[in-house]
Design a protein around this ligand. Structure first.
Ligand code: UDP
Ligand code: MG
Length: 153
């Protein structure tokens, strides 16, 4: 089953929205296979946001991402990367569709609650960036046969 990486950003942690976001991901049927709180630093952020390091807003983004600890999650499901990106919504919370996590919970293009991997290739890299192998638990929930039909599994 496909895995993806989520970070609940300081804008989520500080505003007391961890439960709200985890609840949405759980209710959708994504299987939580890793979850922990960590403090990010400049080194890991330069790696994680390598595509943005040269942009003028990077210092503000990095400071925002270090303002509190974040919650890192590894989620599992069929097409998990695409499903979580859809739930997340577009980057700017003011423009994101209502019903999405960013569209419902954020007013910012930077302090936008959640990071979600954008491709299966990046998800693999990002899971390794934030989790040691023994921190990922490959269990299947008892309700699996009610989450998917037999021919989907
Ligand atoms: N970001 C920002 N200003 C911008 C674009 C992005 O502060 O103009 C931040 C924002 O927090 C975003 C993150 O950088 O979530 C990563 O940007 P990306 O383009 O990868 O967007 P995402 O994949 O998070 O939607
Ligand atoms: Mg991105």
């Amino acid at each position: 089953m496909e895995k993806t990486l989520v970070l609940l950003k300081p804008s989520c942690v500080d505003r007391g929205l961890i439960g709200e976001v985890v609840n949405r991901l759980e209710k959708k049927g994504l299987i939580i296979c890793g979850m922990k709180m960590i403090q990010l630093d400049e080194k890991i952020l330069r790696e994680h946001y390598a595509h943005l390091v040269d942009r003028p807003f990077f210092p503000v983004l990095a400071a925002g991402m270090m303002a509190t600890p974040v919650v890192a999650m590894c989620l599992k499901g069929l097409d998990a990367v695409e499903v979580v990106r859809k739930l997340t919504g577009s980057t700017n919370g003011r423009k994101a569709d209502p019903g999405t996590i960013r569209g419902d919970l954020s007013m910012s293009g930077s302090q936008n609650i959640i990071h979600a991997s954008d491709s299966p290739e990046n998800a693999e890299i990002e899971i390794k960036r934030f989790f040691r192998p023994e921190e990922i638990f490959d269990y299947m929930p008892a309700y699996l046969k009610f989450l998917y039909s037999e021919d989907e599994l």
